[in-house]
Design a protein around this ligand. Structure first.
Ligand code: HEC
Ligand code: HEC
Length: 336
């Protein structure tokens, strides 16, 4: 009797062990709120290459020192990992720099959505006083003073003179190529039940059950809507930035921000529009409390964080562009 029971318990645990080893966690259902992120198709590779040069081009800034990559470091996280960015003359900007990785998945650009797409967005920083502090006219003049750029723009856009529109268009095409595929979570969504652990799986179930996916969803796990920061309870750090309201001046838009994408969230610290939070665990606790009116216990919180870390994808491997030398007519750097 005892022996039989003993045998039985051995075989049960063997089955449990066997199944967790060879089958992993349950498979995704047909209706997951998050979809795998895919490499974009049909990009114009000449534009992408030109846009890459422009993304790394410090001469588009007044100081000749700041490029898009200064604040969106594509060797790291697509951000500067600073609470707020440092721009022209070491000025601090008003908000945290979001990542350029997967930014094409945002339905609008900027925390308050003031640019409709990447192309429109790319015109902003060149002129922003606290960023690159140049002007569109000056940026175009710099391009037109560099023979290497003149011929490369011709190759891509034909014989018309270089325009700010072309600069923005090429930058946007490059940014569209910055998609981080191959995360462990995507492998699981694609049917590999061993790609994530039981804790990570549990964390994902909590992420759905608690209601996080009512705002953070889709292939980029966000970037599909505006929502109020502090829906249930006021956010305790920055209380001044009114978000979308600053653009529309409608009371109903007060404190509404674009829901950020959570792909690579492990890498894009510090968090929130003011970059006030460095610890992802704290960010999760804050969200549960102020967006959903819930307390998560440490075990739940840690499981959600473990899940969020499975969203880290492969950082695109880029060949560094070689930029063209200036000519004598290229505007000299100015630190005024
Ligand atoms: C001085 C730092 C700085 C520089 C230089 C800079 N950015 Fe940004 N970028 C930011 C900050 C800060 C924000 C957020 C601003 C906001 O939402 O109001 C931002 C927002 C963005 C966004 C929107 C992302 C999102 O999730 O909404 C994109 C895309 C972007 N920048 C691309 C660029 C490109 C392209 C360049 C070069 C032309 C550039 N940035 C130069 C700091 C910088
Ligand atoms: C009602 C909509 C809503 C819900 C529900 C929600 N969020 Fe958010 N989430 C937002 C918004 C809006 C922001 C940006 C707020 C800001 O910084 O101004 C944000 C920001 C975040 C950030 C920081 C992102 C960054 O790049 O700085 C994390 C992490 C996050 N949410 C995780 C969660 C988790 C985990 C849950 C569930 C416990 C959750 N969110 C529930 C709307 C929501």
């Amino acid at each position: 009797m005892f022996l039989r029971f003993f045998n039985y318990s051995i075989s049960v645990s063997a089955v449990v062990l066997f199944s967790s080893l060879s089958y992993g966690v349950p498979k995704p259902t047909n209706s997951e709120p998050i979809q795998p992120i895919r490499k974009p198709k049909g990009l114009n590779t000449n534009k992408v290459e030109l846009g890459k040069k422009l993304f790394f081009e410090p001469r588009l800034s007044k100081s000749g020192f700041i490029s898009c990559n200064s604040c969106h470091n594509v060797m790291l996280s697509g951000t500067d990992n600073m609470p707020v960015s440092i721009g022209h003359k070491w000025q601090l900007g008003p908000v945290n720099s979001p990542t350029v990785f997967n930014s094409s998945y945002n339905f609008v650009q900027f925390w308050n959505g003031r640019a409709k797409d990447l192309e429109e967005q790319a015109g902003g920083p060149i002129e922003a006083d606290k960023e690159m502090a140049s002007s569109h006219t000056a940026a175009v003049a710099v391009m037109n003073s560099i023979p290497g750029y003149i011929s490369e723009f011709r190759k891509v856009y034909g014989s018309k003179p270089i325009s700010i529109k072309m600069i923005q268009n090429a930058m946007a095409e490059f940014e569209k190529s910055l998609v981080t595929t191959g995360s462990r979570f995507d492998k699981w969504l694609d049917g590999d039940t061993k790609a994530i652990t039981q804790t990570e799986y549990d964390g994902y179930q909590l992420f759905k059950a608690k209601g996080c996916t009512s705002c953070h969803m889709g292939a980029a796990v966000g970037g599909t809507m505006y929502q109020k920061l502090g829906l249930v309870k006021e956010y305790k750090y920055d209380k001044k930035n009114m978000g979308r309201y600053e653009i529309t001046k409608k009371n109903a838009d007060k404190r509404f921000f674009k829901v950020p994408i959570l792909r690579n969230i492990e890498l894009t610290y510090p968090y929130f529009h003011d970059g006030a939070v460095w610890d992802l665990k704290e960010a999760v606790e804050i969200m549960a409390e102020i967006q959903l009116g819930l307390k998560v216990n440490p075990k739940e919180r840690d499981a959600i964080v473990a899940f969020l870390k499975t969203l880290t994808g492969e950082i695109p491997k880029l060949t560094l562009p070689v930029l063209y030398p200036s000519s004598l007519s290229t505007a000299k750097p100015s630190t005024l």
